[in-house]
Design a protein around this ligand. Structure first.
Ligand code: C2E
Ligand code: MG
Ligand code: MG
Ligand code: MG
Length: 280
């Protein structure tokens, strides 16, 4: 009986599934040592204001895997969240981004720039999160008012009072908040107005086909109107063409980010880009 059950279970164990399991196990093992081996790096994408001036940058993590080359955060962030490695990784990201802010504050041409850091729900929900951010700001000497934290809509679904309390604790020190990938999750509009938010980031999936898909265009207009009525900025992600940028400007968008302006760049190339030199 047991033998038969065993055999029928085996039928579902196809080689392709096995490969996926192995690959995940390998990535996970590598991820555990990647911090110690200094395999992570940050790249920075410029964020433009309504007049196309540079307002700041968004820090995006990359994993330079010794065998696989660059691994996308879409692949390893979910894994890091499941395993809890997001906590030390997130701390490293925050520390690295704040070190950059601390240095920029002494450079007159860059002192006004903000740095946005993506924060995963697991990290944000950690009991020590507020203290950790304040400690990193103190350790690096970064100005809190130049730090922006990007949260996802999943934080607006459960334990909203705790989310608001954490945001308010950091807001009191000047830290700003944006809601990332807006429109893809399940935000309660009733909660939106109670949060100390500064920005809604319009998800790139709506921006991509803006000019050809009337429903995407309608969604973007709706988000811009919603942001305006809540006194928030609407920043479009994934702006790839001048036509998209013009459409968004006419619709009243407050900021832009995307390959049309610049890809995410390593720090040295970003600083050259900021100085007006085309990145090499
Ligand atoms: P996100 O925060 O929404 O970041 C925007 C993503 O869009 C980035 O992908 C960026 O490279 C990409 N992008 C920017 N402009 C364009 C464009 O014009 N066209 C297209 N097609 N894509 C564009 P990336 O760097 O692969 O990051 C993916 C996601 O991984 C991020 O989405 C964010 O959710 C997460 N992530 C990245 N870095 C971190 C981090 O340090 N911590 C956490 N928790 N998550 C991170
Ligand atoms: Mg983001
Ligand atoms: Mg986004
Ligand atoms: Mg995203």
């Amino acid at each position: 009986e047991a033998k038969r059950a065993g055999r029928s279970t085996l039928r579902f164990f196809d080689p392709q599934m096995q490969r996926a399991v192995d690959e995940r196990a390998q990535l996970e093992a590598g991820l555990r040592d990647a911090l110690a081996h200094r395999e992570f790096l940050l790249v920075y994408q410029p964020v433009m204001g309504p007049g196309e001036e540079v307002r700041g940058v968004e820090a995006l993590v990359r994993w330079a895997h010794p065998q696989r080359g660059m691994v996308s955060p879409a692949q390893f962030i979910p894994l890091a969240e499941e395993t809890g490695l997001i906590l030390p990784l997130g701390r490293w990201v925050l520390h690295t981004a704040c070190s950059l802010l601390a240095q920029w504050q002494h450079q007159s041409a860059r002192a006004h720039l903000t740095v946005a850091v993506n924060v995963s729900s697991r990290q944000f929900r950690d009991a020590g999160f507020v203290d950790e951010v304040l400690r990193v700001l103190a350790e690096t000497g970064a100005p809190a008012a130049r730090l922006k934290l990007e949260l996802t809509e999943s934080l607006l679904v459960e334990d909203v009072p705790a989310t608001i309390a954490t945001m308010e604790a950091l807001c009191a020190h000047g830290v700003g908040f944006a809601l990332d990938d807006f429109g893809t999750g399940y935000s309660s509009l009733a909660y939106l107005k109670r949060m100390p938010l500064a920005q809604l980031k319009i998800d790139q999936s709506f921006v991509r086909d803006l000019l050809s898909d009337p429903s995407d265009a309608a969604i973007v207009r709706t988000i811009i109107a919603l942001a305006a009525s809540l006194d928030l900025e609407a920043v479009a992600e994934g702006v790839e063409t001048a036509e998209q940028r013009e459409w968004l400007a006419a619709a009243g968008c407050s900021g832009y980010q995307g390959y049309h302006f610049s890809r995410p760049l390593p720090r040295d190339r970003l600083e050259r880009w900021l100085d007006g030199a085309p990145p090499v």
